[in-house]
Design a protein around this ligand. Structure first.
Ligand code: NAD
Length: 260
């Protein structure tokens, strides 16, 4: 159980982040959720977490593009619940285009949200974790932290960067009771994957079904999408005391994709 713990999950208004926030709450942790979306829908998710699991849940609208907002989000979470013990850097976006046509603003946004935001969050969260000699830092990374695919230069570069960041953080805090790990999902059926289907259809001249089966699941030997709950279960395990010697890793949950 994580009843004495306070957690923050970035990008948790949908998809994997929401599943992780709910799974941590199910273990008894108070949670700060973050991300964009319809205000009423977010409030329903927030109140639902409190009602379903009997924990405290608060929302931060901080933009992961902006360092100062990330720092403030961490300090406010720490102040509201008294500590911040579990930080999950999950927010991420994708854009699919050949590198010579890749829009500059998209490349920079992907790098900021998928990589640089983690630096700001970790930097602000570590002093408190060090003081209390317990902490868990988890990044939702990707199989694209370990292997590349064409037309995803920004995403692949940012996720490979996360591997390096997590390794470095793990070494710096190894003697402080803090672990830092990344989970590397293969294809998980969420809005992020659904949204890249039209661009992949265009970039490769394929139909929707062809993109799903011949592009996305082609790389995934199980031929099944990973579920958000399967990712959340790994996050919960990494927060347990049993996982305290697991640090600095990028752990694939990818149906065998990166075994190839
Ligand atoms: P999603 O689109 O369902 O969720 C993304 C979340 O990030 C949302 O809550 C969104 O509001 C939030 N977000 C986006 N931009 C933000 C910003 N500027 N500031 C704050 N929040 C912002 O996507 P998902 O599939 O659940 O992705 C979550 C993570 O999982 C990402 O890091 C993604 O790279 C990673 N991932 C996803 C898959 C997959 O197949 N879905 C595979 C590997 C890795």
């Amino acid at each position: 159980r994580l009843s004495s713990r306070n957690a923050l999950v970035t990008g948790s208004t949908s998809g994997i982040g929401l599943a992780i926030a709910r799974a941590l709450a199910a273990e008894g942790a108070n949670v700060t959720i973050n991300g964009f979306g319809d205000a009423d829908a977010i409030e329903r998710e927030r109140a639902g977490i409190e009602k379903d699991f009997g924990v405290k849940c608060r929302y931060s609208g901080a933009n992961m593009m902006v360092g100062a907002e990330i720092t403030a989000m961490i300090y406010e979470a720490e102040e509201a619940f008294g500590t911040l013990d579990i930080l999950v850097n999950n927010a991420g976006i994708q854009h699919v285009a050949p590198i010579d046509e890749f829009p500059d603003d998209k490349w920079e946004a992907i790098t900021r949200i998928n990589l640089i935001a983690s630096f700001y969050a970790i930097k602000a969260a570590l002093p408190g974790m060090k003081q209390r000699r317990w902490g868990r830092i988890i990044n939702t990374s990707s199989a694209h932290a370990l292997v590349a695919s064409p037309f995803k230069s920004a995403y692949v570069a940012a996720k490979h960067g996360v591997t390096g960041l997590i390794k470095t953080v793990a070494l710096e805090v190894a003697e402080h009771g803090i672990t830092a790990n990344a989970i590397a999902p293969g294809y998980v059926w969420t809005a992020l994957v659904e949204k890249q289907i039209p661009d992949t259809m265009k970039a490769r001249g394929l139909t929707e079904e062809q993109v799903k089966h011949d592009v996305l699941l082609a790389a995934q030997p199980t031929k099944e999408f990973v579920t958000v709950d399967e990712i959340a279960a790994v996050a919960v395990f990494l927060c347990s005391d049993a996982a305290r010697q697991i640090t600095g890793t990028t752990l694939p949950v990818d149906g065998g994709w990166t075994a190839q």
